[in-house]
Design a protein around this ligand. Structure first.
Ligand code: GLC
Length: 796
């Protein structure tokens, strides 16, 4: 494949690594590595932070959000006999390396560097099932002389909530000790910010943090003052300059961890040292994990099973299209970003978090559907447990403390039935409807079906007198935070969304023998559609919302924000607009909202803050939700275009968002070229085209989904696998391998007629399949588990 080389780096040939060739990328280019519980971030400078379960409530190492300096991390210094000092990453010493390379891979990062005749290779990864990270450091003497090197690790302990509001307060609860038997520093804390029945700040941090090295250290330190020196500096710590660490341990220190090891290397010889950093349940557990990962065999085995797991997860869906930029994102990076970054880690550099967003992680969990749908089911169950018995839900909640935020954002609760429907389409497993889950405020369980009904019925109660849904303090767009605070303002997008949910859920209700409800939902859906097409129609397109005052937003009457994306594309997606109107609003999208970076969320941007719209208008014009490309929402444009058979547009919308393509202009785009950005700045910004808020963005799972399901057109329904490509006419075809209900399908789509869509012939396992005439899409039935099938679709 193409490796998309720029002056900062390129993909590896198999696409599974991004190779950064200089530490000075335009922004930190990071990896978010998580095993589902423990996690770490690694930037190309060697900086980053670590956590267990929740990056904000249970942070292990200190980190301050500073994307310019990027100078908080877990570092290794090297010092040679002449007193030359450098780092195995690049920070914090920042010596200009003779050679440097950072490979961000799937589940690991490797930084290689050569300085002063010494080559180092630092691999950071996490075993699948232990709360620990391993730093494997191989040091190779490339010079002609025997070399004696001192190695010093260094990071600052956080142990609990981060950032902590009062460092001098918090440090007085931390204790450190050195355990010579396991070559490890252990750290505990007698206080945690998690509220208890005995009040706040009145419980122990229940873990034992540890840091160890496979080679016996010659010294150590846990005191920042003695390590750096008073008024010292981490680019040249006093102790490293003076050589020997001071062995301070105990409490009342400003706590750090530093281990000092000495390596002697003959010319052309190398040695490997294994470091651990982890968050154990007890001292015994910490010592066990240190010992386990001091062994080269155990580390190699843990690395191999980590890779096997990722290969298994990534290989269930493979695509091969004429576009390598699409292939590398669909096959590798979007899945990895959604799973490691969004579902497991839930944190990154632009946004450090750890909470579950009610709507966010449900949407992200769609990534599991073609991979392991049981995991989507578990996500649905988890979110059902975070619903209140009146049907409303937390906007987000913290695992560990189980505290959350309730607000008046109106769409949150509806993602439960929306994702449930996606799960049913994939699996046809209606038994999920009977799974019982409690409510946040009521231990009595109700079925998942009942949870969904509560969400829908609550939403149906929250309508304006003229029949549109109320917007409250926001719809999907959080930035519309003040449009409907008096519970009068309305959301048009939410109307489309509810219409779709009512349509889908009435089918589910019929299957569940709940015909009366199905009828109620159909009646409400019809009335809603009617209202959307009369009062929400602005003449040329749908407007976006009304304020509490009744003033329209996203309308031709407005000079700022006069056209919004979501009310157009969701009219198509939900089936609210008829064919003529659908074509008309998509023309508006292509003419007014599509730019070279993708489809803008709205245009033109708001220049003046408006307290009756919300914080969206307070962002600089063109930034984020205020007139930028908001990648998460922009992915939906692909669905709408494909539904109308606009293959060229669908592919253009996708390709413009694709970070590989945006990353071809790295000095403008600045963000990582291998993961999606949350937003790309729009034309009203001075920094048009600049990407930001990478990794932790709801766009990864959606971009994967719209690429696979709407451009390549391979999507699950209860009846089987739909084949309905909508591609650029210039493509000769493509192949997709995916599993569906336990069977494996190899699907080859041939496009020698060079059309955008329409399956003319379908062959299943060598036999021509008879098909209904007239419909564009074709359905391949489900097969027995464990079987393999070949499908050929001819477009024309
Ligand atoms: C952020 C939020 C998401 C919201 C979106 C649009 O990505 O995490 O929940 O829908 O912004 O405002």
């Amino acid at each position: 494949m193409k490796i998309f080389k720029t002056k900062y780096g390129h993909f590896s040939k198999d696409g599974k690594e991004y190779v950064i060739t200089t530490p000075c990328t335009p922004r930190p280019w990071i990896n978010v590595i998580s095993n589902g519980d423990y996690g770490t971030t690694v930037s190309q400078t060697g900086s980053g932070y670590s956590w267990r379960t929740h990056a904000q409530l249970n942070r292990l190492t200190r980190w301050d959000q500073d994307l310019i300096k990027d100078e908080w991390g877990k570092y290794i210094y090297l010092r040679d006999e002449k007193g030359n000092i450098w780092s195995a990453g690049w920070k914090p010493v920042c010596v200009k390396p003779d050679f440097y390379e950072c490979r961000h891979g799937i589940g690991y990062s490797i930084i290689r560097s050569k300085d002063f005749g010494i080559e180092t290779e630092l691999t950071v990864f996490l075993p699948n099932d232990d709360p620990v990270e391993i730093w494997k450091l191989t040091v190779h003497n490339r010079s002609r002389k025997k070399r004696t090197l001192n190695l010093y690790t260094f990071f600052e302990w956080a142990l609990g909530q981060s950032p902590d509001w009062h460092r001098e307060f918090h440090k007085s609860f931390i204790e450190t000790e050195y355990n010579a038997a396991t070559h490890s520093i252990l750290a505990t804390k007698r206080l945690w910010e998690v509220p208890t029945e005995r009040g706040n700040w009145n419980t122990n941090w229940p873990y034992v943090a540890f840091h160890s090295s496979s080679i016996k250290p010659v010294s150590f330190d846990t005191d920042k003052e003695s390590f750096l020196g008073m008024y010292g500096n981490q680019s040249m710590p006093a102790s490293v300059r003076e050589k020997l660490l001071k062995k301070k341990q105990g409490n009342w220190l400003d706590p750090i961890a530093s281990l000092q090891n000495v390596l002697t290397l003959q010319p052309n010889k190398e040695k490997t040292i294994y470091y651990t950093l982890g968050c154990a349940d007890s001292k015994e557990h910490a010592n066990l994990l240190s010992r386990r990962y001091h062994s080269a065999e155990n580390v190699a085995a843990a690395f191999a099973v980590m890779q096997e797991r990722w290969d298994r997860l990534l290989n269930t869906v493979r695509v091969s299209t004429p576009d390598d930029a699409m292939n590398v994102m669909e096959n590798v990076w979007l899945k990895y970003q959604a799973i490691s970054g969004r579902i497991w880690g839930r944190t990154a550099y632009y946004q450090t978090g750890g909470a579950y967003g009610f709507r966010d992680q449900l949407q992200d969990s769609q990534i599991w559907l073609p991979i392991d749908p049981d995991r989507t089911k578990r996500q649905l169950q988890l979110h059902a447990r975070h619903q209140f018995k009146d049907g409303t839900v937390y906007h987000w909640w913290h695992p560990i403390s189980e505290s959350g935020l309730r607000n008046q954002i109106m769409d949150n609760l509806l993602w439960l039935p929306f994702i449930l429907n996606a799960y049913l389409q994939e699996t046809n497993d209606y038994s999920i409807l009977d799974e019982a889950e409690p409510f946040v405020d009521d231990p009595a369980s109700a079925s998942i079906y009942a949870h969904c009904v509560k969400a829908i019925d609550k939403s149906l109660d929250r309508f304006s007198p003229r029949g549109l849904p109320l917007i409250g303090s926001g719809d999907w767009n959080d930035g519309l935070s003040a449009v409907g605070l008096d519970m009068k303002g309305e959301s048009v997008w939410l109307g489309h969304f509810i219409y779709k949910i009512l349509s889908d859920f009435s089918i589910i209700a019929v299957k569940r023998n709940d015909g009366t409800r199905a009828e109620v939902y159909r009646v409400r859906a019809r009335a809603l559609k009617e209202m959307l097409n009369t009062i929400a129609w602005d003449g040329e397109y749908y407007y976006g919302a009304t304020k509490d005052s009744g003033e329209k937003l996203g309308s031709r009457e407005n000079s700022e924000g006069s056209v919004w994306l979501n009310p157009q594309i969701w009219a198509v997606i939900a089936g609210v607009s008829d064919e003529r109107r659908s074509q008309q609003v998509m023309d508006v999208v292509e003419q007014k909202l599509e730019k070279e970076i993708g489809t803008l969320l709205l245009y033109p941007a708001y220049k003046t803050p408006d307290a009756f719209i919300g914080y969206l208008t307070r962002y600089s014009p063109g930034m984020r939700e205020n007139g930028g490309v908001y990648t998460h929402g922009a992915t939906w444009s692909v669905i709408a275009a494909a539904m109308l058979g606009r293959g060229e547009a669908a592919y253009r919308f996708y390709s413009k968002l694709n970070p590989v393509n945006r990353g071809k202009h790295p000095d403008t785009y600045v963000a990582e070229p291998y993961v999606t950005a949350g937003n790309i700045e729009g034309p009203d910004s001075k920094y048009f085209g600049r990407g930001g808020w990478t990794w932790y963005s709801g766009s990864a799972a959606w971009l994967f989904k719209v690429g696979l399901e709407w451009i390549l057109g391979i999507r699950a329904t209860t009846a089987g696998l739909i084949i309905d490509p909508c591609i650029p006419a210039s493509w000769d075809g493509f192949t997709v391998k995916r599993t569906f209900r336990g069977a494996t399908y190899t699907i080859e789509v041939k496009n020698s007629n060079h059309v955008q869509c329409g399956v003319k012939e379908l062959w299943i396992d060598g036999e021509r399949h008879s098909m209904e005439r007239g419909s564009r899409e074709k359905i391949v039935p489900p097969f027995e588990q464990g079987t393999t099938h070949s499908v050929i679709a001819v477009l024309g």
